[in-house]
Write a protein that binds this ligand. Structure first.
Ligand code: DGL
Length: 283
């Protein structure tokens, strides 16, 4: 891959936003609200979602394919708007792949920015983490929180049914609410001092209303999308060389590896607007 930018003309490109499916839309939504002038390409690997129950090797391989695809579409900067991919693939891609395939480009994740803000958010210093099996098993949140907030007590709960509930829009009915309640109760039974819960899967904010209706009032849900958006804006302020290669016409393009019509309908519901998508293959 030729990664050299023309010295005379700076080629400006959209920021890539990747998720296994619809979840990354909760991040994209906040990115476009905070940074409306930037262009984004959203890529949802709906055909292979969920990632959360898959092995390390498979998640890494799928994520790398998506990153390479977004690079081939011109993106200089990619956000893995997926905790599972951030937990399982980000470090290897940053440390092993990027220096070889695109040393001047950047891939960022969602876990670190979220953990950085935790110190400001919890009073009891007892945190709950709700995530996919992959994210929970990776212990990425436990390790990052231990580094930045060593006094914090963290309890985790994996919710393997939640991503399928979101992908299939089956959450706002009796069956969906049963599975949501089950995992909230299980998490809270692990530590009665929890006062803040990280929705450590980008799909989960879509379940916010259902989750809030079960949670006691004193427990807050931590909004990952807003945190990631603030962190990206800050990153671009600190890295003008990257900011100057980001195109800014306020456009968002959507790509899915599954049926276009399904994606347009469901993504439109999540983002509360009509949108057009294109099909893409990753393997
Ligand atoms: N939305 C993703 C996450 O944040 C992935 C969910 C999945 O595909 O299992 O973890």
């Amino acid at each position: 891959m030729n990664d050299k930018l023309n010295d005379m003309t700076i080629v400006k490109q959209p920021i890539g936003v990747f998720d296994s499916g619809y979840g990354g839309l909760t991040i994209l939504d906040e990115l476009t609200k905070l940074m409306p002038e930037y262009d984004f390409i959203y890529l949802g690997d709906n055909a292979r979602a969920p990632y959360g129950t898959r092995s390390f090797d498979v998640i890494y391989q799928y994520t790398l394919q998506a990153v390479e695809k977004l690079f081939s579409m011109g993106c200089q900067l990619i956000i893995l708007a997926c905790n599972t991919a951030s937990a399982k693939a980000l470090r290897t891609i940053q440390q092993r792949d990027l220096p070889l395939i695109a040393p001047e480009r950047r891939v960022l994740g969602v876990i670190r920015p979220c953990v950085e803000e935790l110190g400001l958010l919890s009073r009891t210093e007892h945190i709950g983490v709700l995530g996919t099996l992959g994210t929970v098993r990776s212990e990425s949140y436990l390790m990052e929180i231990a580094k930045l907030h060593p006094n914090f007590t963290v309890s985790q709960e994996s919710c393997p049914t939640w991503v399928p509930l979101v992908e299939n829009r089956e959450y706002d009915n009796e069956g969906g609410r049963y599975f949501i309640k089950k995992h909230i109760e299980s998490l809270l039974s692990k530590d009665e001092k929890i006062d803040s819960i990280i929705l450590a899967c980008t799909h989960y904010p879509i379940l916010s209303e259902e989750i809030k209706s079960i949670l006691p009032d004193h427990i807050q849900l931590i909004p990952q999308g807003k945190i990631v958006a603030r962190s990206l804006k800050d990153y671009l302020n600190r890295h003008p060389e990257m900011d100057q290669v980001c195109s800014k016409a306020g456009e968002v393009k959507f790509y899915t590896t599954e049926f276009i019509s399904d994606f347009e309908e469901k993504a439109g519901v999540f983002l509360k607007r009509n949108l057009k998508a294109e099909h893409i293959t990753l393997d």
